[in-house]
Design a binder for this molecule. Structure first.
Ligand code: S3P
Length: 754
């Protein structure tokens, strides 16, 4: 963006003002009719600025410099701003059409006050702003053209701020390489009190305290890493910081109160040798710090969701080939979520092996950390959870963000309905469209107080401290998430909570509760438990996820010459619809080495290519294969004849409308299909050895399973398949690309260029 200003006046040529001039110079602001001038009480600073080539001219008095300026930047300490504004006021009244004024002060409410008193009202051409960048150095000599690159600049326009003035100030900062955003004045001051002013106060205080204790500064000789990292900012400009603490007094005091509370708690823990409390605090802080760092680098899962809601990874998969070898896919997502939830509520320490380090289950893990649970790991699938007991969770300090994870949100709804504190559950754009009334309604029947957004969508606001009572609930849909949600609420409810399911759904919650010593009973389609019991920590060995294994099962089932073993896959009877359906279609699929680990059956799945035939999918298999349909549709596209699916309306409310998304994609490839409200007909087949359909460009709609399904479809396509919006594959299947390549797929991932 080009800056249209003719003459920019910087009032206060220190580090911030000087760096702005330097950055503008670097961006090419110079030459004919374009000038930077500066005013500073210290004539030496002006001379230095000229010598450094940052400004054309300047002086110590404002009046002679303002005439002819198009933009004025106030870069003096906060308390000096009022004096400058008073001087400007007279001049502004006389003449200055089109001039824009902005500032760089670290606090905003007092500057708004100062402006109101100086100008009689808040001028519409004054745009208050604050670059979040700096250094402990001061003075123009420390000016740095790179200071603002990649940093945020917060502008705090008012309702009546002139849009042209705002656009010009925005352009100024964009030219320095900064990212410009807008915020309300009050919010700005609170945020800065916590993220900047409080740390400065602590650094000043710590250095001063130590310096006083050690007059000869002897101990500073030994002060290495920790001291240096913590106190670097204590070298900052004292006048500037005095002004900030006067200007932002109330917000700073509030932040300081919170901080003192935290230190007092930690002090008690240290005094009492309370190792759990210490570990919990350090662990939470350490993870928050890592999370925060990755947020800054925009690499964490939450950051990716929030900053690039429409994932931007593209897969390019070459046509043809087969798959072979022995692989182990990552841990089961459903069991991983539950391992953290029950481990956190248990008494004792739960050791988890095989935990899925995917974004969904990591979101669950992070949420428990935010509720005060000390969790070590994950390190290569190992997680250690220091359970806090049924009543040991603490109120999180903000909304719990669960990203793309429907399971997390629905199970949390039940678990949090029984807590003493309020919570709010939020998620990414896809999750925000998914129905939560299915859990909120029965939970309300139990006595929970839950607010949803319109149409029963997230966010969910859950009121704590409610008395829950068990209910007998007849589930209108076959959903393990709803069942599990109610059972978890039932742990906190008075009496029995009974759930009847219209068809069997995955029973991991029931199995794991039993493994943790909590009695869950079942009679036919109904299961129930009685509230008020406790959970005792038990080790958990998470098997590989049959839902992830499915992509490779189908890959082998459709490509001639394939011979693949998938090791250690969970074959819980409520999950094996995909095995049953593939076998009905004629797949050469065998279970080997069947065994039980930690209450869940597992096996190695051995599959070799064999021609498939279309079938009518038995309706009772639908809930048992609910997550596997995107891949099964690809199998159907390669099976001779028609495959018909009905009774699968639930597919429309998954991470995407999977019936629609798959129908669209299959149509792109030229596979004949007919969509129904609750299912689809797919006409498959083709030559034994050649491609069965074309290639093309597919939109996964950000749905991990749609993306992976079309990746394996390429094995029988006549040309390349390109799939957009694949970042969410990491929610359930980190390492998919590597494993896919290992067994023989030829696949590249790249950033989408829009
Ligand atoms: C899950 C249950 C299923 C499934 C989801 C995981 C679970 O959802 O689709 O991926 O872990 O309980 P529904 O309960 O909505 O069918």
């Amino acid at each position: 963006m080009r800056i249209e200003e003719s003459r920019i006046l910087i009032v206060g040529l220190g580090l911030i003002g000087g760096s702005l001039a330097a950055a503008l110079r670097r961006s090419g602001f110079a030459g004919e009719g374009r000038e930077i001038v500066a005013c500073d009480p210290d004539a030496g600073e002006i001379e230095r600025g000229i010598a450094m080539g940052l400004i054309e001219r300047g002086g110590t008095r404002l009046a002679p410099l303002v005439e002819g300026c198009s933009l004025i930047v106030l870069a003096v300490p906060v308390l000096a701003m009022r004096g400058v504004m008073d001087e400007l006021a007279g001049w502004l009244e006389r003449a200055a059409p089109g001039v824009v004024i902005t500032d760089v002060g670290s606090t905003k409410a007092t500057l708004r006050e100062a402006a109101r008193s100086a100008f009689g009202r808040m001028p519409t051409n004054l745009v208050l702003g604050h670059p979040i960048a700096g250094s402990e150095k001061s003075g123009v000599a420390a000016a740095n053209a790179e200071l603002y690159v990649g940093h945020k600049v917060i502008l705090t326009p008012q309702a009546d701020t002139d849009p042209d003035a705002l656009a010009r100030v925005r352009a100024l900062w964009v030219a320095t390489g900064a990212e410009v955003l807008e915020m309300e004045i009050e919010r700005h001051d609170q945020v800065l009190a916590r993220t900047s002013h409080l740390p400065h106060l602590l650094a000043f205080s710590l250095v001063d305290t130590l310096a006083r204790q050690d007059e000869r500064l002897e101990i500073f000789r030994y002060a290495a890493g920790g001291f240096r990292d913590f106190t670097r900012i204590a070298g900052s400009d004292p006048v500037m910081w005095r002004d900030i603490f006067i200007a932002n007094r109330d917000a700073v005091l509030e932040a300081l109160d919170d901080f003192e509370g935290g230190v007092a708690r930690l002090r008690r823990a240290v005094e009492a040798g309370d190792t759990d409390a210490m570990l919990a605090t350090f662990d939470r802080a350490s993870h928050a710090r890592h999370y925060f760092e990755s947020l800054l680098n925009q690499t964490s899962y939450q950051a990716e969701y929030q900053m690039q809601p429409h994932g931007n990874l593209r897969y390019r998969v070459s046509p043809g080939g087969g798959v072979s070898g022995r692989i182990r896919v990552p841990g089961d997502k459903s069991i991983s979520h539950r391992s953290i939830m029950l481990g956190a509520l248990a008494e004792g320490v739960t050791e988890v092996k095989g935990f899925l380090e995917g974004e969904d289950s990591l979101a669950t893990l992070q949420a428990f950390r935010e509720m005060g649970v000390a969790i070590e790991g994950p390190h290569q699938g190992r997680v250690t959870i220091h359970g806090v007991g049924m009543r040991g969770l603490k109120a999180p300090s903000g909304p719990l963000y669960v990203g793309n994870a429907g399971t997390a949100m629905r199970l949390f709804a039940g678990l949090l309905a029984g807590q003493a504190f309020d919570t709010e559950l939020t998620g990414d754009a896809s999750l925000t469209k998914r129905p939560m009334g299915r859990v909120a309604d029965p939970l309300r029947e139990m006595g929970a107080v839950i607010e949803t957004a319109e149409g029963g969508r997230p966010p969910l606001k859950i009121k704590g401290g409610q008395r829950l009572t068990g209910i007998a609930y007849d589930m209108p849909m076959a959903s393990a998430q709803v069942k599990s949600c109610l059972l978890l609420a039932g742990l906190y409810a008075e009496g029995e909570t009974r759930v009847r399911e219209p068809a069997p759904t995955r029973d991991h919650t029931e199995r794991m509760l039993a493994g943790f010593g909590y009695a869950v009973q079942r009679d036919g389609n109904t299961c129930w438990l009685t509230g008020g019991g406790k959970l005792i920590a038990a080790p958990i060995d998470v098997p590989s996820d049959i839902s992830s294994a499915t992509f490779f099962l189908v890959a082998a089932a459709i490509s001639p010459g394939s011979d693949l073993v998938l090791e250690h896959v969970g074959i819980n009877p409520t999950r094996i619809g995909v095995i049953n359906i593939l076998q009905l279609m004629g797949a050469d699929l065998h279970l080997e080495n069947q065994r039980e680990v930690g209450g869940e059956p597992v096996a190695d799945l051995h599959i070799r290519y064999a021609p498939l035939k279309g079938i009518d999918i038995p309706v009772e298999q639908v809930p048992l294969a609910i997550d596997e349909f995107p891949a099964l549709f690809v199998a159907a596209a390669n099976a001779e004849g028609v495959t018909r699916l009905r009774g699968a309306g639930e597919l429309r409310v998954k991470e995407s409308d999977r019936l629609q998304a798959m129908a669209n994609g299959l149509t792109v490839l030229g596979v004949e299909n007919r969509l129904h409200e609750d299912g689809i007909d797919i006409v498959g087949g083709g030559p034994e050895d050649g491609p069965n359909y074309g290639g093309g460009h597919i939109d996964s709609l950000g749905d991990h399973r749609i993306a992976m399904a079309f990746a394996i479809a390429a094995l029988r396509a006549s040309s390349e398949i390109i799939i957009d919006d694949c970042a969410n594959v990491a929610t359930s299947f980190p390492g998919f690309i590597d494993l896919a390549r290992r067994v023989g797929l030829v696949l590249e991932e790249a950033q989408e260029v829009s």
